[in-house]
Design a binder for this molecule. Structure first.
Ligand SMILES: Cc1cc2nc3c(=O)[nH]c(=O)nc-3n(C[C@H](O)[C@H](O)[C@H](O)COP(=O)(O)OP(=O)(O)OC[C@H]3O[C@@H](n4cnc5c(N)ncnc54)[C@H](O)[C@@H]3O)c2cc1C
Ligand code: FES
Length: 271
């Protein structure tokens, strides 16, 4: 099938993650599931409404994908409203995913702001499942409120696998006994070795800039700090130019880019 023709996927499960965010488990109807790498995205089409880029947030069973969608407008709202049994269109997965360090024993630092944990979850699940391959694995998660934390039911599973998980919120709520403050404040507790650490960051752009600089300040080289960038996307395959960021077409050259490339571009206003 052409990369511009959506394949039919059926909604197998729908989980309400937060007040405005839903995870959909999608099963292909016509073709087997294509291979995807953590950090890639797909174009999800709500028939008759529109098509938007949404990261792959995990695998569903052997043959399906998970996508976590926040309802912010017409198309994401229609996707969030889709019920089990509904049919959606899917193109992809597209783009470059997270680049994992080759040497065995490397430390990983994953920094997520809000919905940014969605594209990072496949990476965390991979690290938790293949724990012996890495040194320390730290996952630092920030959210607006405790109710906005994504996938809280998985954190203990990750911890049990030897992943260090720390959370913080901007605003506490009744019963919250955890940390309050920006996610970069969690860097103080990092015990990873900068010389052998790779960093992975996704969240609102301003948070990514601060988080990336924080990791660089800790001595992690810019070539080993990876950001997942967002721009408007239409074709998803490098043809239309909508997702341009300086010399990059983010659907093709991203969405994941190294800090050494991404930070100079993000510091140019309205690029
Ligand atoms: C590579 C990539 C991966 C993405 N992964 C996810 C994901 O896993 N889950 C998810 O919920 N969303 C994700 N997004 C964002 C998602 O594509 C947008 O929220 C969606 O396109 C909004 O479309 P809409 O028609 O619902 O709303 P629109 O009517 O287009 O927009 C509604 C509001 O949201 C704002 N908005 C639209 N797009 C973005 C954006 N990219 N970033 C910030 N604000 C935006 C608009 O300015 C407007 O204020 C991703 C975007 C990209 C580029
Ligand atoms: S979305 Fe068309 S070139 Fe990237």
């Amino acid at each position: 099938m052409s990369t511009m023709t959506p394949a039919r996927y059926r909604v197998a499960e729908r989980v309400e993650e937060t007040a405005d965010t839903v995870t959909l488990a999608l099963q292909p109807v016509d073709e087997p599931l294509p291979v995807f790498r953590p950090g890639q995205f797909a174009m999800l089409y709500a028939f008759g409404v529109g098509e938007v880029p949404i990261s792959v947030s995990g695998r569903f069973g052997a043959g399906g994908l998970l996508h976590t969608v926040r309802a912010v407008g017409a198309t994401s709202g229609a996707l969030c409203a889709a019920r089990p049994g509904a049919t959606l269109g899917v193109r992809g997965p597209f783009g470059r995913g997270w680049v994992l360090p080759a040497p065995a024993g490397a430390d990983l630092v994953v920094v997520a702001g809000g919905l940014g944990l969605a594209p990072l979850r496949p990476l965390v699940r991979h690290a938790a499942a293949d724990r012996d391959r890495y040194g320390r694995v730290a996952v630092l998660i920030g959210a607006r409120t405790p109710g906005d934390l994504l996938y809280p039911g998985e954190y203990d599973e990750w911890r049990a696998a030897g992943v260090e998980v720390a959370t913080t919120v901007d605003r506490a709520a009744a019963g919250w006994t955890g940390r309050v403050g920006v996610v970069t404040a969690l860097f103080e507790e990092l015990r990873t070795d900068p010389a052998r650490t790779a960093g992975f960051v996704c969240g609102p752009e301003v948070m990514m800039r601060f988080a990336a600089r924080g990791l660089l300040d800790r001595g992690i080289p810019a070539e080993r700090v990876w950001l997942s960038l967002e721009r408007n996307m239409h074709c998803g395959i490098g043809h239309c130019g909508h997702c341009q960021l300086g010399p990059l077409l983010l659907c093709r050259d991203g969405p994941v880019a190294a800090c050494s490339t991404a930070l100079p571009l993000l510091s140019v206003k309205e690029l």
